[in-house]
Design a protein around this ligand. Structure first.
Ligand SMILES: [Zn+2]
Length: 178
C-alpha cells in the first residue's frame, strides 16, 4: 500500500490530536520543522530505528544506501561531499528503502516526505493560530538565530500578577530601599 501525501498530512493531525501522541508530535515539530536542522543520517547510531517514525517506511543510512561496506573505495571527503547533496528535496530511494533523515536533538528518523509533512503541519498550525505550535516554532527560530528567549521580566499594565514586581507593594518597597 502506498502512503500518499494526504495520508502523511492526516497522520500529523491525528498524532497532534491524540492525548498520548500530542507530545510526540510536538517533539517531531521541534526536531524537524526547521529545514536547516534536518540532515540525512550518515550512519545509524546504536539502537536507532531504521523505520520512519510516522509512516513506517524502511529507512537506510547514507553509507548503507551507497552500499560501500568495507571496500574503502569511497574516501571520507568524497562521502562528505556526496552527503551534502542529499536533502529532503533530493531524496535517495532504492526499491522500497529510503534514506533516513534526522532532526535536531532526536533519535527518531523520518523519511523525506514525512519531514515535509511535519513542516507543512507546523506551517498550517501556525497559520491557524495554534498557540502551542506557534510558541514552539518561534522558540526554535530564536534558538537557530542565537536569540535567548528565556522568559524575561514582563510588566503589563493589567491587574493580573505577571511577575514578582507586579505584586502589590513591591514597587513601594523598591522605592523605599533606594
Ligand atoms: Zn515517512
Amino acid at each position: 500500500m502506498n502512503v500518499t501525501e494526504s495520508d502523511r498530512d492526516k497522520k500529523c493531525v491525528e498524532l497532534y490530536g491524540g492525548e498520548k501522541s500530542k507530545s510526540f508530535m510536538l517533539h517531531l515539530v521541534r526536531a524537524y520543522a526547521l529545514p536547516q536542522n534536518v540532515k540525512p543520517v550518515r550512519k545509524f547510531k546504536e539502537g536507532q530505528r531504521s523505520r520512519c517514525a510516522t509512516c513506517g517506511a524502511k529507512l537506510a543510512d547514507f553509507e548503507g544506501m551507497l552500499n560501500v561496506g568495507d571496500t574503502q573505495v569511497v574516501t571520507d571527503e568524497m562521502m562528505q561531499e556526496l552527503i551534502e547533496r542529499v536533502d529532503i528535496n533530493h531524496d535517495m530511494v532504492a526499491g522500497n528503502v529510503r534514506i533516513a533523515f534526522e532532526g535536531d536533538e532526536t533519535s527518531t528518523c523520518l523519511c523525506a516526505d514525512c519531514v515535509k509533512a511535519v513542516n507543512k503541519f507546523a506551517v498550517n498550525a501556525c497559520a491557524a493560530g495554534d498557540p502551542v505550535i506557534n510558541r514552539t516554532v518561534s522558540s526554535m527560530r530564536n534558538k537557530a538565530n542565537g536569540v535567548d528567549d528565556k522568559p524575561k521580566y514582563r510588566y503589563q499594565s493589567s491587574t493580573e500578577v505577571q511577575t514578582i514586581a507586579d505584586l502589590p507593594g513591591f514597587r513601594e518597597l523598591l522605592a523605599q530601599s533606594k
